[in-house]
Structures are given as C-alpha cells and as structure tokens.
Design a protein around this ligand. Structure first.
Ligand code: UT7
Length: 329
C-alpha cells in the first residue's frame, strides 16, 4: 500500500505581549502609517525576557498533540526549525522533547531561516513515505526580539515572536502532503543580504562586534523583497506541476508572512484571488520559521481551511532557502 504523510493535528502559540506600531513610534524614527503602507503589519507579539524558543514551541506542540489525539510517547522524531535556538547546543528540539515528554523520539534542529518549517515537512514526508517513521513532530519557533536591533528602523518593525507545530503521521489514505519541494542557493549566503554576522565560528561575539551590533539581524530589504516575489511563485508552481494540479484547484494559499506587499504579489503572480490568500502578518509580523504553520493552524481553527481542502504553503528565507508544500487536509 502506498503511504502518505498526513497532518494529524496542528497547534500554535503566540506570546501575550503586543507591540504596536505606535509603540515603535516611541522607539525609532518611524510611523504607524509607514509600517502599515510598506509592510501591512499593525502589531506583533513579543516574548518575555525569560522565555526561549523551546518554551513557545512546547506550548504549540502540546496543542498539536492534543488536536492529533496522540500520546507524546508515540512521537518518533522531533524537528524544530529555528534560527533563534535556546542555545547553540543542545538543540532546541531536545528541550522541546523534555518539555512534552516525548521519551521515544530522536530530536534535532533545522537551520533554514524562514523556510525552515517547510524543510521540516519535506524531511518528515520523505521519512514517513519511505516507511522509516510513522509519527513526526515538526515545529517552527522563533524568539526574534533578542536578535533584532531595536535601534534599526529598517528591520525592527518587521519581526515578531511565536511558534507553530504539526504532528505528521503515516496514512494509507491519499491525503496530507501530496507534493513537496525545497531548494537553496548558497550564492546568496551574504550576511549583508540577510543574516547575523557575529556569534558563529567566523566571527565570535567580541566587545567590538557588540559595539557594532553585529550580533543582530542585518538585511538589505529591497533585494530580499525582489527575491521573495520571484522565488515563491516558482516554488509553488513546481509543487503544482509535481502533483499534476492547477492553481485553480487550490482552496487556500498560505505564503510566508513577511510583508503584505510580498504576499499579494505572490498571490497575483500565481493568479490566486485575494480571498484565497491567507494573511495574518498584520497581527504577528514576520515570525520567520513559524509564519506558515501559525497561519495554517489559525486557518484550520477559524474554518478557513477545512478537511478535504487543498492548501498550498510557500516560503523563502536567508541562505537563500525556499520551499513549497501542497497539502490535502
Ligand atoms: O523573511 C524574509 C525577511 N525579510 C523580508 O521579507 C523583508 C523584505 N523587504 C521588505 O519587506 C521591504 O523592503 C521593507 C519593508 C524592509 C522596506 O520597504 P521598501 O519599500 O523596500 O523601502 P526602502 O527600503 O526602499 O526604504 C524606503 C525609505 C528609505 O528612506 P529614503 O532612503 O527613501 O529616504 C528608508 O530609510 O523608507 C525608509 N524607512 C523607513 N521609514 C520609516 C525604512 N524603514 C523605515 C521605517 N519607518 N521603519
């Protein structure tokens, strides 16, 4: 019998503290009007100082486990996509394992920036359809507020904290992940395009690096914008071709929630009507690896994505990395 990897349950967790555009007006030279017009973001959530990525991820994972009606001991692997791990090592996935009591799982992190969650789904899909695993927890979680330079108006208005999780499980029904594709292009692994220069083996965190804020996000927003608008439609079309489906078959498109203008451009290039394009960037900003799974969970909870619906997820991020997943819920 052919095996498929189904999404058995999802969960999401956003910290309670809301940081509005008006709050940001008091911190940097910006305005609510500029942020709304250029990004579509109205507010974002910020984790408390003592909260780490695994804390948000554990909350989201518990909800996914509950919604999938499974026991944590049934989970065989935990994949946590993040660029804001609790520590360089041990992995955030190990802290999540401890937090949810998934004693029988192996655990590791995925570093693929904003595309990380779909990298996780792609891996889970391969491991499940090959028969090697039956139940995998895939998480996208970030606490960005520690890596944002709160004095840099070019970046600090864009990001937020949050986590989402999915239980991916083997099934013989033809549903779940129908097609998946991930890609990357290391020619764009330029720290000034999008990245954090200090804190790795190339540049340790010295007092000089700290003075220059090199342990915080650096980004060329305009270039990243153009790449996202080009790469996401290409990735989405690729999974449609793989599954031999047309864009008209799609019930819901969930693009990476980085900027409303990018989201709308991707939808327009693909020819998806606006009412089928999911948007929550206004409420949470860009939560990096967590955006698409937070959005999928919210769409399911609010009835925008129902059992049987065809959902197309698409992301891109630093690296460059990108990915797309076609799901039958
Ligand atoms: O997950 C992927 C992560 N990153 C992204 O997806 C980011 C992609 N890029 C973007 O979303 C957009 O490029 C931005 C929102 C970052 C910027 O929008 P833009 O329309 O590309 O603006 P720009 O960078 O061309 O800047 C236009 C002006 C500049 O002023 P001058 O040089 O024209 O005088 C900026 O200094 O807007 C200024 N500016 C701001 N003004 C008020 C930049 N940030 C702000 C701000 N408030 N927060």
């Amino acid at each position: 019998m052919k095996r498929y990897a189904a999404i058995a349950g999802t969960g999401a967790y956003l910290p309670e503290t809301v940081l509005t555009n008006f709050d940001l007006e008091k911190m940097v030279d910006t305005s609510d009007e500029w942020i709304r017009q250029r990004t579509g973001i109205v507010e974002r959530r910020i984790a408390d100082a003592d909260v780490a990525t695994s804390d948000l991820s554990v909350h989201a994972s518990r909800l996914a486990i509950k919604n999938a009606h499974i026991d944590p001991i049934d989970i065989e692997m935990i994949l946590v996509a993040t660029v804001t791990p609790d520590t360089v090592f041990p992995s955030t996935a190990c802290y999540v394992q401890q937090g949810i009591g998934a004693k029988n799982a192996s655990a590791m992190d995925i570093s693929a920036a904003c595309a990380g969650f779909l990298y996780g789904l792609d891996l889970a899909n391969g491991l499940i359809i090959s028969g090697q695993y039956n139940t995998i927890l895939v998480v996208g979680g970030e606490v960005f507020n520690n890596i944002v330079d709160w004095e840099d108006r070019n970046t600090c208005v864009l990001f937020g904290d949050g986590a989402g999780a999915a239980i991916v499980q083997a099934t013989e029904e033809p549903k779940g992940i129908l097609a998946s594709y991930i890609g990357s292009d290391g020619d764009y692994a330029d720290i000034n395009l999008l990245g954090i220069p200090a804190g790795g083996s190339r540049m340790p965190v010295t007092s000089d690096a700290l003075d220059k804020n090199l342990n915080k996000i650096q980004m060329n927003g305009r270039e990243v914008f153009k790449l996202g608008v080009r790469l996401m439609p290409e990735a989405a079309q690729r999974v449609l071709r793989k599954a031999e489906m047309s864009i008209d078959d799609i019930d819901l498109l969930i693009p990476h929630q980085a900027n409303l203008r990018i989201i709308e451009a991707v939808g327009d290039r693909l020819g998806v009507p606006r009412e089928k394009v999911y948007v929550n960037v206004d409420k949470y900003g860009n939560t990096s690896a967590a955006t698409v799974i937070i959005a999928l969970d919210e769409a399911i909870r609010q009835g925008h994505a129902k059992p049987g619906d065809l959902v197309l997820l698409v992301t891109f991020g630093a690296g460059l990395t990108w990915g797309s997943t076609l799901l039958r819920l």
